[in-house]
Design a protein around this ligand. Structure first.
Ligand SMILES: [Fe+2]
Length: 156
């Protein structure tokens, strides 16, 4: 199902790092599911989707931060701070939602705008550095496969 606010995946959202693009696509799917639940006035499924979306986004942020650290990305600290600010903002919305306030629509708009902008601006900035080192990170770690270990750690 789609609404007029459905986010369509466009090529300018591709970072070229498969594992990251897959996670971004899944977040976009969650935002779109949230849009559907809102349009159906289904508060129960708004709640369910919101929880899943927040959970998944936090895991994605942690994974991304770890990847940036591993590759020695110069702006890793700033990027993490940007994530943390967003998490705080998200937390305030979630509090309102749990208090029974109808913030879903506002939250949906904020998520769509913020995440798309974040991918296009902040994420694209780390891509070049991480891409240059990702093969090394994934293949040359003594302790086995870094990627599968990191995925297992952040995505239960
Ligand atoms: Fe990010």
């Amino acid at each position: 199902m789609g609404t007029d606010t459905t986010i369509l995946w466009t090529t300018d959202l591709n970072t070229g790092i498969e594992v990251i693009d897959g996670q971004h696509m899944r977040i976009v799917d969650y935002i779109n599911l949230l849009g559907d639940a809102i349009q159906q006035h289904n508060r129960a499924s708004v709640g369910t989707v919101l929880n899943e979306l927040v959970d998944y986004t936090l895991s994605h942020f942690s994974f991304e931060e770890c990847l940036q650290e591993e590759s020695g990305y110069r702006n890793a600290k700033t990027h993490k701070a940007v994530h943390e600010l967003f998490i705080k903002r998200l937390g305030r919305y979630m509090e309102k939602h749990h208090a029974g306030e109808d913030v879903a629509q506002q939250l949906h708009a904020m998520l769509s705008t913020w995440l798309i902008q974040h991918i296009k601006r902040d994420d694209m900035d780390y891509i070049t550095e991480v891409k240059a080192k990702i093969n090394h990170i994934v293949k040359n770690k003594n302790e086995g496969n870094w990627l599968s270990r990191a995925l297992g750690k952040f995505f239960a």
